[in-house]
Design a protein around this ligand. Structure first.
Ligand code: SF4
Length: 184
């Protein structure tokens, strides 16, 4: 028996700003970006499918989704909203989620996540000494070398680890995960 579609994985760009030694993605140096007509066609295909179960998650994933600019997610969200509206469906029918290495998250990104209702997952290998053992930049430096330098931005990044972009404007993150503290 076949169930309904619950997840649509979409690659906004193959490019990644890191070069982890265990990465399996062959095209992570490719800076091309998904076009909006292709995004709309993919979403329409799911909505038209007999396996559309009323709602699904659209996951932005692989390479590093935040290598597409904030404006990309603003427009993608608006296009998805309009597409659903044309079918008489509310925006809640498609939940956006995003999987990131979190190296460039700052307050502006957190605001983007919040206004577009994007859930955030962060890929981590463990505490910093493990995490950056294999997560390196393209010049071989530890991946934290390209994180935002501004402390406020870094604090916003920690908040995103909690998956609570809504808290982007709050103070220090109470109860932030231990690994989050170590990474940022
Ligand atoms: S962060 Fe992810 S996509 Fe980027 S190089 Fe590392 S494993 Fe690959």
């Amino acid at each position: 028996m076949v169930g309904s579609v619950r997840l649509l994985v979409v690659q906004p760009t193959p490019f990644c700003n890191l070069d982890c030694d265990y990465c399996y993605l062959p095209d992570r140096g490719d800076r091309s970006r998904l076009s909006f007509p292709v995004l709309e066609a993919a979403v329409e295909r799911v909505l038209d499918s007999p396996y559309f179960g009323g709602e699904f998650t659209l996951l932005w994933h692989a390479g590093e989704p935040l290598m597409a600019p904030i404006a990309f997610y603003d427009e993608a969200t608006e296009r998805i909203r309009q597409l659903l509206a044309r079918r008489g469906l509310p925006p809640s029918k498609i939940v956006q989620s995003l999987q990131t290495n979190a190296t460039v998250i700052d307050a502006a990104w957190c605001h983007c996540f919040e206004r577009n209702g994007i859930h955030v997952g962060v890929s981590m290998d463990g505490p910093a000494f493990l995490h950056y053992a294999h997560r390196v930049t393209r010049t071989g430096l530890p991946g934290d070398q390209i994180r935002p330098k501004d402390p406020k931005s870094r604090r916003a990044g920690v908040l995103s680890v909690r998956g609570r972009a809504r808290a982007a404007q709050a103070g220090p993150p109470p109860g932030t995960g231990r690994h989050g503290h170590l990474l940022w």
